[in-house]
Ligand binder design. Structure first.
Ligand code: SAM
Length: 406
């Protein structure tokens, strides 16, 4: 039997450092420290809005500071995950949960010979070897037997969060780059190792829920271009990090989690969801983009100039990329326009966004956001560099800030 290194990152001590923020390695979440600083700037009774929730970093930071926040995401998996991450838990219910987890492990052998459900992930053998995969399927079946499929129940959701973490940690997914890649090898796990890892992860996850959350955060499913899910509510501070115009697909990154939790069943659903997402370019989203045309909304001149340059680059994808950038800023402009009706007079907005480059043409996201905001009547519009992004010298992350005076 191959030995699995003792993973200090599964221990309670490690997780305590990260708390709930460290539950899953998902899309590049933004810096907890940065969000904490922005949250601390705001008055305690301010209502916070996060229109691109992702892994619910903003919601969690706000509730940790005793504040009330609402968040939105287009992706149902992230809405489910964000709500578990920000939930309040009772200690006696958590004790019961740990007993139920023991049951899941005890009954696991009885599922080993069964014909268990497996997710329809393309090239699944790249993720898990033919020995480990059936073990994960059996563990999943045992969790379903005890808890049912993923639901809104916050306690059984913890079991599913732990399963997600186990599934990704036993896979060959590599997180050393901005977007997920694969390690050379897939590791073989034995049933006892799987049981032990699952138990350790549950302990670490449960332990981090004991931190007392002082505020309240809710994550809703919705489209931030229209924001109609939140109709009628008003906010004082928007703290967020929307997608960047860099062709990173959140669905691509979240595939394993979404298939295993059945938030995604077929490949074509991935493309459909990505088309709804701002900056989505996965599967059918790409072919739909080829047909897309703006509908006459007046957009910043600097955007039109850079799109024109991209269009004339020497590449067979030049037209597609020009449309991609155009649509990204068109969608963000629609978002800024809809947002106005949800802001109290004096509200502040903080958007963390990166610039990007297409065929050597720099797309200055922060400047284009600034122009959109000014044209939509926002005041005190400005931006500052937050950090350098990677080895490319021209890529940075910015914080674009503005006020809404009503
Ligand atoms: C950069 S991520 C947010 C990361 C987040 N700040 C965190 O710390 O995890 C952008 C998020 O916007 C979501 N999104 C994209 N288009 C959207 C839309 N039209 N409405 C709502 N959410 C959207 C994506 O699903 C993704 O989760």
């Amino acid at each position: 039997m191959l030995s699995v290194k003792q993973r200090s990152d599964y221990t309670f001590r490690f997780n305590k450092k990260m708390g709930r923020h460290g539950w899953l390695r998902l899309t590049p979440a933004y810096s907890v420290k940065l969000v904490q600083e922005l949250v601390e700037e705001t008055l305690k009774d301010a209502r916070i809005l996060e229109p691109f929730s992702g892994t619910a970093t903003t919601g969690l930071c706000a509730t940790e500071s005793g504040m009330i926040s609402d968040s939105l995401d287009i992706n149902p998996f992230l809405v489910w995950f964000g709500n578990v991450k920000c939930a309040h838990f009772e200690e006696n219910e958590l004790k019961k949960l740990e007993q139920r987890i023991e049951k899941v492990n005890e009954q696991l052998p009885s599922f080993l010979e069964a014909d268990n459900w497996a997710p329809k992930i393309h090239n699944i053998e790249r993720w898990w070897c033919g020995h480990t995969l059936p073990l994960l399927c059996a563990l999943r079946a045992s969790i379903v037997e005890e808890f049912g499929e993923p639901s809104d129940d916050q306690y059984s959701s913890l079991a599913w969060v732990a399963f997600c973490r186990l599934m990704i940690e036993t896979s060959s997914a590599d997180f050393n780059h901005v977007s997920m890649s694969f390690k050379e090898d897939v590791t073989r796990y034995e049933v006892n190792q799987i049981k032990l890892l699952f138990k350790d992860i549950v302990e670490a996850v449960v332990d981090s829920t004991k931190e007392n959350l002082l505020g309240n955060a809710e994550i809703f499913l919705g489209d931030s271009r229209t924001l109609d899910t939140l109709n009628g509510k008003k906010y004082d501070h928007v703290i967020t990090s929307p997608p960047y115009p860099n062709r990173m697909s959140y669905i691509r990154e979240l595939r394993p989690y979404m298939y295993w939790t059945k938030f995604l069943n077929e490949k074509k659903e991935a493309g459909e969801l990505d088309w709804k997402a701002i900056g989505g370019t996965w599967g059918t989203a790409t072919s739909k983009l080829k047909e897309w045309a703006p509908d006459g909304v007046e957009l910043p001149e600097s955007l039109l100039v850079v799109c024109e340059k991209i269009l004339h680059a020497e590449s067979k994808n030049a037209d597609l990329m020009a449309r991609y950038v155009h649509k990204y800023f068109y969608d963000m402009h629609s978002h800024f326009a809809s947002l106005r009706s949800l802001l109290n007079a004096g509200a502040k907005i903080d958007y963390i966004v990166g610039n990007s480059s297409f065929y050597g043409n720099l797309v200055n996201s922060e400047k284009i956001f600034e122009s959109s905001l000014v044209s939509l009547g926002y005041k005190n519009v400005s931006s500052r560099i937050v950090r350098k992004r990677n080895s490319k010298k021209e890529l940075f992350e910015f914080c674009v800030t503005a006020k809404w005076n009503g």
